[in-house]
Design a protein around this ligand. Structure first.
Ligand SMILES: [Zn+2]
Length: 114
């Protein structure tokens, strides 16, 4: 299960920076999840609860923020968010474009500690 290994690496990264900061406990982790990242948020939440037990993150919350797919259109010379991640066309002029500028990310945004 992809989300389980993802949750494991997330915990590793968060624990490392929490320890560096001298924290005793992590209370909240927020994560940016691009719509193209392929991450199932519900599965990730479930995996997060499993793997955070007995770590500095035990009992902490995981909040995810969905990042829409943004493409660059050379015809309009601008970036725009796709209406659907199944349809790679400019939202303004409908020209096909595969120049993805956002939506693939999977990044820790903030970590709250005590
Ligand atoms: Zn366009």
């Amino acid at each position: 299960m992809h989300e389980l290994s993802l949750a494991h690496s997330l915990v590793e990264v968060v624990e490392e920076s929490a320890l560096k900061a001298g924290a005793r406990r992590v209370t909240l982790v927020t994560l940016k999840v691009g719509e193209l990242s392929g991450v199932a948020v519900a599965a990730l939440q479930f995996a997060y609860e499993l793997v955070t037990a007995d770590t500095l993150l035990a009992g902490s919350r995981l909040e995810t923020r969905s990042v829409p797919v943004t493409v660059y259109c050379p015809r309009c010379d601008r970036e725009g968010a796709l209406a659907s991640a199944q349809r790679f066309r400019c939202p303004v002029c409908d020209a096909p474009t595969g120049d993805v500028r956002a939506g693939r990310e999977l990044e820790i945004e903030t970590i709250e500690v005590e």
